[in-house]
Design a protein around this ligand. Structure first.
Ligand code: NAI
Ligand code: DG6
Length: 520
């Protein structure tokens, strides 16, 4: 073979004077090199000034006993994620017409991918499993819980989802029938009216302040009852409409807390879950497109030193888009039109058949090519803010259930103004693509809570900024710290994760230069 791989039971040891292993920590020194550019538009000159910064990284070696609380636990993603974890933990197999099936974590970056780490003395490339680069949480050990406005137990909810094969559902029955989502909060104005008949598992009607306290108490109790060191709260409930973002309502931490106190009608359920998580010191991840993480909530996270991440799981169509458009624009082909059509028949599709909720999804699906287009001013005129036409259509077709159909057409102008049209048809169980992303979001978030850094001008080690932009690879509309660049190009996002983890592990980054094979 041209490659050599190792399995997850290997550990790595790095022979580098810039790394120190103590009982508690992996400590590394990393020199970050970047180019500072001065652009002189009068002289038409770019002055490039290479700069070096020294970073000390410290990673706690002991993984924390972690629980995840899913908002929307009884939905398709919630049940698929939970069932898959149990099936993997119990090493379940089941039959379907093609023969015996084995549980796996396919689609998870941390569980099913490898990182090229270098070459051995015969020049063969060596790959290590992603989750061996630094100590990471094992998904099978994660404690799962959560809320749903619907009272079905997880077995009934899994049946309703129509995702797993029948025999697997029956094997999961005894474990999942015992799992019952906690009652939740339902403010009808935020999700589609067609969801009303699902809302039969609600906490007693109260003020928003009381709702916040109730959710905080749920988190504390879950943590205590399961003897957890850390809880992560992740929204995988219905897509909500956008909320207003304005002074006095939610621009600062004080604003949002006051708005809750005043029972302001523009405070959404997801705003309350995010605030409850942050106030309990728990990271909060938004798997849906709505603008939960308003400036006031970012401010609250900053003040409480808690991580937040979002928005909207990036599963199929958008992942393809962020690869394909990157390829086309990087190849010098001018993408002129992108039309993305979907139909699906699950409850997500039903909720999205309502205009305001569709609009949230349309926004998160539409901004995903901006950085790639913006990076090539030779193809796209900056002065006129030239962009490809980009249209997103979603239709609800109940018969296809979770098996989403996504059809995309990309038209590019090519050499001497020829046209290049690419059409893609994708059929796939939506939740089988989205659920492994929940695994990765939780594992990477837990890891980030164990990493701190220090530069020469800092007295103490500090955590990274509260908005976890390192999760961008997994999210359609990646949130970043205000004023910092949003990266959508998929492989840049991938390199960002692997390079930061390499720096923390004291490993040289993969530059893809392979100079050892190109020089004498
Ligand atoms: P789903 O509709 O099957 O599940 C959502 C669940 O949330 C339902 O059980 C519903 O009763 C519950 N819910 C609604 N409001 C709630 C509240 N305030 N508190 C607690 N529970 C509440 O949807 P699915 O397919 O699981 O998707 C979940 C979210 O993830 C949606 O926003 C969807 O757009 C997003 N998403 C899904 C992807 C996929 O491939 N399945 C990919 C990307 C994003
Ligand atoms: C309709 O598109 C339903 C949506 O919830 C999507 O299935 C989901 O957002 C996944 O979208 P994408 O573009 O990441 O495949």
């Amino acid at each position: 073979a041209d490659h050599q791989g190792v399995t997850s039971d290997y550990t790595i040891a790095v022979d580098n004077p810039n790394i120190k292993y103590t009982n508690d920590y992996i400590e590394t020194k990393y020199i970050y090199e970047m180019n500072h550019c001065d652009v002189d538009n009068i002289q038409k000159k770019v002055n490039i000034i290479p700069r070096k910064y020294e970073y000390l990284f410290r990673t706690k070696r002991t993984v924390q006993r972690t629980g995840v609380m899913l908002v929307g636990w009884g939905g398709n993603n919630g049940t698929t994620f939970t069932g898959a974890q149990i099936a993997n933990r119990e090493q379940m197999t089941w039959m379907r017409k093609e023969g015996i099936q084995y549980s796996n974590y396919y689609g998870s970056l941390t569980q099913s991918t490898t990182i090229r780490i270098g070459s051995n003395d015969t020049g063969k490339e060596v790959h290590i499993p992603f989750n061996t680069i630094l100590p990471m949480l094992t998904p099978n050990e994660l404690v799962i819980g959560g809320w749903d406005i619907n009272s079905s137990n997880l077995y009934e909810a899994m049946q309703r989802a129509c995702v797993f094969d029948y025999e697997l559902q029956e094997k999961l029955k005894s474990a999942m029938i015992k799992m019952k989502p906690l009652p939740s909060i339902y403010y009808p104005d935020f999700i589609a009216a067609n969801q009303e008949d699902r809302a039969n598992n609600l906490i007693p009607m109260g003020t928003k302040q009381q709702d916040l306290e109730h959710l905080r108490n749920d988190i504390r109790k879950f943590k205590h009852d399961n003897n957890l060191q850390q809880v992560i709260v992740l929204w995988t409930a219905n897509t909500e409409r956008f909320t207003d973002v304005k002074d006095g309502l939610n621009m600062t931490a004080d604003d949002i807390l006051k708005s809750i106190e005043n029972n302001n009608e523009e405070v959404s359920p997801s705003n309350l879950f995010a605030c409850a998580a942050i106030l309990e010191g728990c990271s909060y991840i938004n798997g849906s497109p709505q603008n939960t993480l308003v400036p006031g909530i970012i401010d609250l996270a900053q003040k409480n030193q808690v991580f937040i991440g979002g928005d909207d799981f990036k599963s199929g169509q958008t992942k393809m888009k962020s690869v394909l458009v990157d390829f086309l624009v990087s190849a010098g082909l001018k993408v002129q039109s992108i039309v993305s059509y979907n139909h699906l028949g699950n409850n997500d599709g039903k909720n999205l058949s309502s205009a305001k909720q569709f609009r949230s999804k349309e926004i998160s699906k539409s901004n995903v090519v901006d950085d790639m287009v913006g990076a090539n001013h030779l193809l796209y005129d900056k002065k006129t803010n030239e962009h490809p036409d980009h249209v997103v259509v979603i239709k609800y077709v109940p018969f296809v259930k979770d098996s989403k159909r996504a059809m995309d057409e990309y038209i590019s102008t090519i050499f001497m103004n020829g046209l290049n049209t690419i059409a893609i048809h994708n059929t796939c169980e939506d939740s089988l693509l989205a659920s492994p992303l929940i695994v990765d979001l939780v594992i990477l978030t837990e890891l980030m809570t164990r990493i701190t850094y220090k530069t020469s001008d800092m007295n103490d080690y500090q955590p990274f900024e509260p908005v976890l932009s390192i999760l961008s690879y997994l999210l359609k509309a990646p949130m970043v710290m205000p004023g910092t660049p949003v990266i959508n190009a998929l492989f840049k996002q991938h390199r960002c994760i692997t390079n930061i983890l390499s720096a923390c592990a004291g490993i040289s980054m993969d530059t893809d230069m392979l100079l050892e094979h190109k020089t004498k």
